[in-house]
Ligand binder design. Structure first.
Ligand code: CTP
Length: 216
């Protein structure tokens, strides 16, 4: 059995924002609820928790060290700085996949014509840090509207994770912004467990028990 007091957990939560100019950005509907519920459950399990959060309107969970970030680049640098010391990384964050190629320093005036914004890929945080994965257990989330399990399994393999939580989004009662959720936890060996539908707090508790690192 692991000694719970020795487990150092790194959790990312919420969306990131990628700015076009100081008053406009691209983002997604993530509220951070699942990640914050996981942080609460991990603290309750006796783990040391570093929580990296994008812009969310949630209270800081008791007992965590909170690192607020805004952009995917900032989230990457914070994960990169804390990854080596963690025993388990849980990437709940809905990281923006694209950012504007140009971020204007001043507000762009709209004019009469339509506007075209060119986007470039942001760094894939999980994929990048997993390249130097050593003792860490890595848990990702897959937010999908369709083919949920197939797409999740593909990500699990491609990003070299130990577990992935397949999460259907875009329907009431699960995914972004809801207080409840229904997920499928898939292991690298292909075995899976369905959790919910129930509160995000209950799912978080169960997830923390199931993904507990064996040797830390
Ligand atoms: N993720 C990441 N860095 C990114 C995008 C995603 O680390 N730039 C992580 C997420 O935190 C999540 C996992 O990768 O744990 C899967 O994220 P998801 O948005 O479901 O998938 P993508 O890899 O972005 O692929 P796609 O958008 O094509 O579904």
């Amino acid at each position: 059995m692991s000694n719970a007091s020795t487990i150092r957990c790194l959790i990312t939560a919420g969306p990131t924002r990628e700015f076009i100019d100081p008053v406009r950005f691209i983002s997604n509907p993530s509220t951070g609820k699942m990640g914050f519920a996981l942080a609460d459950a991990a603290v309750e399990a006796g783990w040391t928790v570093d929580l990296i959060a994008g812009p969310v309107a949630l209270e800081e969970p008791d007992g965590v060290i909170l690192y607020p970030v805004v952009t995917a680049e900032e989230m990457y640098h914070q994960v990169d700085a804390l990854f080596d010391a963690c025993d388990i990384l849980i990437m709940t964050a809905a990281v923006s996949d694209f950012r504007p190629v140009t971020q204007h320093a001043e507000k762009e005036k709209k004019g009469d014509a339509s506007m075209t914004v060119e986007f470039e890929r942001t760094i894939d945080i999980l994929k990048t840090v997993c390249k130097r994965k050593a003792h860490q257990t890595v848990v990702g989330f897959a937010a999908e509207t369709n083919n949920v399990v197939d797409y999740a399994k593909k990500k699990l393999t491609e990003k070299k994770m130990d577990w992935i939580v397949a999460n259907k989004v875009g329907e009431p009662g699960a995914g972004f912004a809801a207080d409840t959720n229904e997920v499928i936890l898939i292991a690298a060996d292909g075995s899976s467990a369905k959790l919910g539908p129930t509160s995000k707090a209950a799912i978080a508790k169960e997830l923390i028990q199931l993904v507990t690192p064996i040797s830390s």
